[in-house]
Unconditional design. Sequence first.
Length: 319
Amino acid sequence: MVTIHDVAKLASVSPATVSRVLSGKAVNATLTEQVRVAAEQLGYRPNRRAQSLRSRRSKLVGLIIPDIENPFFTAIARGVEDALEPEGYSVVLCNSDSDVAKETRYIEVAVSEAMAGVVIAPASAGTDLAPLLDRNSAVVVIDRDPLTVETDVVVLADRESSSALVRELMSRGYERIACITGPADVETSVRRSEGWRDAHRDQGRPVPEDLLVFSDYRFSGGREAMHRLYAASHPSDAVFVANNLMAVGVIESMREHAEERALAIFGALPRGAERPSECLIADAPGRELGRVAARRLLGRIGDASTPVRRDVLPVSLLG
């Protein structure tokens, strides 16, 4: 089946431009002609049923996140609701467990229910947003950048903030700083590990790649990664941990080994979690990220022709 992405590729324009042209909105005459010629060549026919469903102005919004047990995503959900509830929208919370197949089913539900829009933290780089975008659904991606499609995006300053945390450890005299981050195919994991590398390069230090551990973004992932660092032939004296739940696992591993390391953690520790004596924390503003994403979604629902935006929110060092 020919989609608007096929038309966009042939016409050398964005899918959003194709959508605006085919829905009769004002677009530059040259681009309009490119789109119409491409659509005719490919035999593209708009999905009138989907357009009709969209015009019913559903008041449901899907929020698809990878881990509801992570306080960061819980805060995002609260922020989304803060912004949408006063506007009469109800939020349908979907927990993907970072499972692309499960995430795909939730996307299909959003399409079949003709939801007004979707806010999504993609499970992986393989997340397919085409079922939503092909039906002109309003979509805002959070926490991770979709590199293959054009949507509104709200992310944190992952790389810059990670670098700042590691540089702060360096300023306190630590020499061998390890990095425990999430899966190697998840963008936030990569961005935060790049921030760790940046800090070493900025200070003229060699990057200790032997101290970089990719793991699971959960308690067990942090615990297992820290066990590996304890077994290293040249151990670290400090650790940058790229996620708050992993940090709880790291702290548990330190307790088991009866040997602390200085920590720098991206994201506030869950309530009640033990905090080591030497511990820096960067506060990831989940609730504000959720509010910003929901406001972007409302704007997209109101006017699909507005240019897409990429918001990058700062991360504060708590100390």
